[in-house]
Design a protein around this ligand. Structure first.
Ligand SMILES: Nc1nc2c(ncn2[C@@H]2O[C@H](COP(=O)(O)OP(=O)(O)O)[C@@H](O)[C@H]2O)c(=O)[nH]1
Ligand SMILES: [Mg+2]
Ligand SMILES: [Zn+2]
Length: 281
């Protein structure tokens, strides 16, 4: 039988609603929530973990299909963080939707700023957890989904709104070990409509080191730069200081968002610097 791991706790796994343990030759640490496993239904034993399309470390979650990047008018949107999250998803075959929460207090100026920055990059939806206007979000839950975004944008509120009455102890899952040490926060998956949603409000930070990419390849992960890369004079153009750069030309014309481009330069520099640290050890 194949099944999905939806919960993990102290050597116990929930696979398709059944409590299972891992066969002796499998390490518990090698099985994650989100894993598809082969298991013996009658003996409640996990036999094998199938290959994953991605694995996130913090919070620990395998096979993420879609990241819901939440932003809001308050706190002021951190477009650099959003761009890093978008890159991370592009690189790890994770679909994204940009979910603008608190649309009850959203003004037109910010709405158009968000749209002009991201409409060529991702689908944008507008919701309000407070007013229970969450239908556009419900429609996006397919496969394994998880929230990301700055603190206080309303990730927990949206999760609660989705859960409705069947509210779980969201946010209270941090557990102490017997030794009193704080363990990594456990993630669980909850069935929701056609998919699952992770009860995590993680992914609020992302260091360039985590992106683990070659800064010279960075632009290849920008769908909004893609149509113009062929206009660069040099094949090896990094779109930073070169003359006759197709990307820079379109930033000047307003066809590429200058916010996206400025952040591109920061991330480019950030990746270079994170590599210097790695070399120094
Ligand atoms: N006006 C408004 N406030 C909201 C909305 N959703 C959440 N909030 C408020 O935003 C604050 C942060 O919400 P929370 O869910 O804890 O954010 P998280 O840190 O991303 O999990 C709380 O005070 C919520 O009441 C909304 O749709 N509209
Ligand atoms: Mg929260
Ligand atoms: Zn260029």
């Amino acid at each position: 039988m194949k099944g999905l791991v939806t919960k993990k706790n102290a050597g116990q796994f929930i696979v398709d609603g059944q409590s299972c343990v891992a066969r002796g030759n499998l390490k518990d640490e090698g099985i994650f929530v989100g894993d598809i496993v082969e298991y013996d239904k009658s003996q409640h034993i996990i036999e094998k973990v199938l290959s994953r399309k991605n694995l996130l470390v913090r919070p620990p979650l395998a096979n993420l299909d879609k990241m819901i990047i939440v932003l809001a008018p308050i706190p002021k949107p951190d477009f650099l963080l959003i761009d890093k999250l978008l890159l991370f998803c592009q690189k790890n075959q994770i679909k994204v939707v940009i979910c603008v929460n608190k649309c009850d207090i959203l003004n037109n100026e910010l709405k158009s700023a968000i749209e002009s920055t991201y409409s060529k990059v991702a689908k944008i939806i507008f919701v309000s957890a407070q007013q229970n206007h969450i239908k556009p979000l419900e429609d996006e839950i397919k496969g394994v989904c998880a929230f990301a975004g700055q603190s206080a944008v309303g990730k927990s509120s949206l999760l609660n709104a989705l859960h409705g009455e069947q509210k779980e102890a969201i946010g209270e899952l941090a557990k102490k070990t017997a030794r009193g040490r704080q363990t990594t926060r456990m993630v669980s998956l909850y069935k929701f409509g056609k998919g699952y949603i992770a009860d995590t409000a993680g992914f609020s930070k992302l260091d360039e080191g985590l992106l683990q990419m070659d800064e010279r390849k960075l632009a290849l992960f920008y769908p909004d730069f893609a149509p113009f890369l062929k206009n660069c004079e040099y094949l090896s153009c990094t779109h930073t200081n070169e003359k006759n750069c197709g990307v820079k030309a379109q930033v000047e014309k307003g066809n590429i968002s200058s916010v996206r481009y400025e952040n591109y330069l920061k991330i480019y520099q950030g990746i270079k610097e994170s590599k210097k640290y790695e070399k120094k050890g």
